[in-house]
Design a binder for this molecule. Structure first.
Ligand code: HEM
Length: 447
């Protein structure tokens, strides 16, 4: 059995974490080239770590057929989120997955649809004909409201002030996830570290969650009480915290923005029509979007017994970082891997969903994936029904990858009202978004 190429170096001195965080894609490309292998060893977070960047290797890790791995997230996020499924393994994790799974069945997701649609409609109606729209900011606003409404029962129209407070708290809480976990607080609130502020925000969010639970008699906040045993009060609150954290809206906005960009280029505008009318093409486009632009670059495991990953022996005690991004561009599996080619999913080729890991795979795969696609589909449908868009010229479309992937700049799109707005002449006409805009011949405003 082959040993993993590369060097784990000396503790502290040999650590490559800084290099990785500075430019993760360059980091893996450099090591792949140097080691002539998509699986290589280095020192990361001061621990001997095997980076797995091949498609087969990532599937081996995530499928975990030999029961070799445990999740490796507690060290980063344990304090900021408190006990939840992401920090459990074995039987406890199985039980939690089974319980939480009831909240994401097809029937459950169907029951969330009306809320998702109502919010998407209102936001799309606020776009003006001829407007230049920042895609990421728009999607982030829509999906943040959707998540807080679905998971906390927060009504943004009735409780505007509370909504603003909660959104602010989720942002402060988020900064703690991406900051160094140093906890200090001097007298006077503004001397606290980012991490301390995040912990304070977490406590305020938990207070808000408790309040919402006590005053709400239906919806997600009640259903989660039914599926996660009532004695496990902390677990109910902590999972509501996890689902309402900024992590989920950021992932959703990342995928929505990537999709809107790929179908908003001069040469791909015809795909907006396909997205609306051709389900097969639509599904293929969404697969290609998650392949090229996974919101989360990868994930981490701890190795509890020796195992084999893509033909290499990985020893117990190491960590494994699985890299979704390079694995989904592995030339062994994908022809012209860096090209956006949705047709690859329609062709008679061996590429299947088994080769996609944007939502994980196997026993710890994402339980919210179906809901995610339902939300994306609803928001996109609403936008496509009323608008066509085109990216403004000369924008830098490159991405940043950490902590959640998204375009580096504010990508702007020119929004043009569709001639066939479905409300035309209906009783709803006055409240429809087609009433909002001005001239539709505003393409000349392109900057
Ligand atoms: C675009 C949005 C999302 C993306 C890209 C995403 C991605 C992922 C990935 C990659 C994993 C696997 C992590 C690993 O194996 O280490 C995961 C797990 C998980 N996801 Fe998602 N997710 C998204 C949205 C959601 C939503 C909306 C929910 C629920 C409200 C959710 C709940 C979970 C849970 C509970 C797990 C852990 C499962 C376990 O540990 O067994 N996710 N997600």
């Amino acid at each position: 059995m082959a040993h993993v190429p590369g060097h784990v170096g000396f503790p502290l001195l040999g650590d490559k974490s800084y290099e990785f965080y500075k430019n993760p894609i360059q980091f893996v490309e450099k090591h792949i080239e140097h080691c002539k292998s998509r699986v290589f060893a280095t020192r990361f977070l001061n621990k001997p770590t095997v980076f797995v960047c091949s498609n087969k290797g990532v599937r081996d890790v995530l499928a975990d057929r030999g029961g070799c791995f445990e999740l490796g997230y507690k060290a980063f996020m344990g304090q900021i989120f408190g006990d939840n499924i992401l920090f459990t393994d074995g039987d406890e994790a199985h039980m939690l997955r089974d319980a939480l799974g009831h909240l994401f069945t097809s029937d459950a997701i169907h029951s969330y649809e009306a809320t998702v649609k109502r919010i998407a409609q209102r936001h799309v109606a606020s776009i003006k004909d001829g407007q230049s729209l920042c895609l990421y900011a728009f999607f982030k606003q829509v999906v943040t409201e959707i998540c807080l409404s679905l998971f906390l029962g927060l009504d943004f129209l009735e409780s505007q002030e509370a909504a603003e407070t909660v959104v602010g708290l989720t942002t402060t809480h988020w900064h703690g996830i991406i900051s160094v976990p140093v906890h200090f607080k001097l007298p006077g609130a503004h001397h606290a570290s980012t991490f301390s502020k995040a912990l304070a925000a977490k406590n305020e969010l938990l207070d808000f969650i408790r309040k919402q639970r006590s005053k709400t008699s239906q919806g997600f906040v009640k259903r989660i009480e039914e599926v996660v045993s009532k004695e496990e009060d902390v677990l109910v609150n902590n999972h509501l915290l996890l689902f309402t954290s900024a992590l989920v809206p950021k992932g959703l906005s990342s995928l929505l923005t990537s999709a809107a960009i790929e179908v908003g280029k001069p040469e791909t505008l015809h795909l907006q029509r396909e997205l609306r009318t051709n389900p097969q093409v639509k599904h293929s486009i969404y697969k290609e979007i998650q392949r090229l632009y996974p919101p989360f670059l990868g994930g981490r495991r701890l190795v509890r017994k020796d195992c084999i990953v893509d033909g290499y022996k990985v020893p117990a005690g190491h960590a494994v970082v699985f890299m979704t991004y390079p694995a989904q561009r592995d030339p062994q599996v994908y022809i012209e891997p860096d090209q956006f080619n949705y047709r690859r999913w329609m062709a008679d080729t061996p590429v299947t969903e088994e080769n996609l890991f944007a939502f994980g795979y196997g026993p710890r795969g994402c339980i919210g994936q179906q809901l995610v696609w339902n939300i994306i589909d609803t928001v996109m449908n609403e936008l496509l029904t009323h608008y066509q868009w085109e990216l403004l010229d000369g924008q830098n479309l490159t991405h940043k990858y950490l902590p959640v992937s998204r375009p580096k700049g504010s990508i702007m799109a020119f929004m043009r009202k569709r001639a066939s707005c479905p409300c035309s002449g209906s009783v709803d006409h006055e409240s429809c978004c087609c009433q909002v805009g001005g001239s539709s011949d505003a393409k000349s405003q392109k900057v």
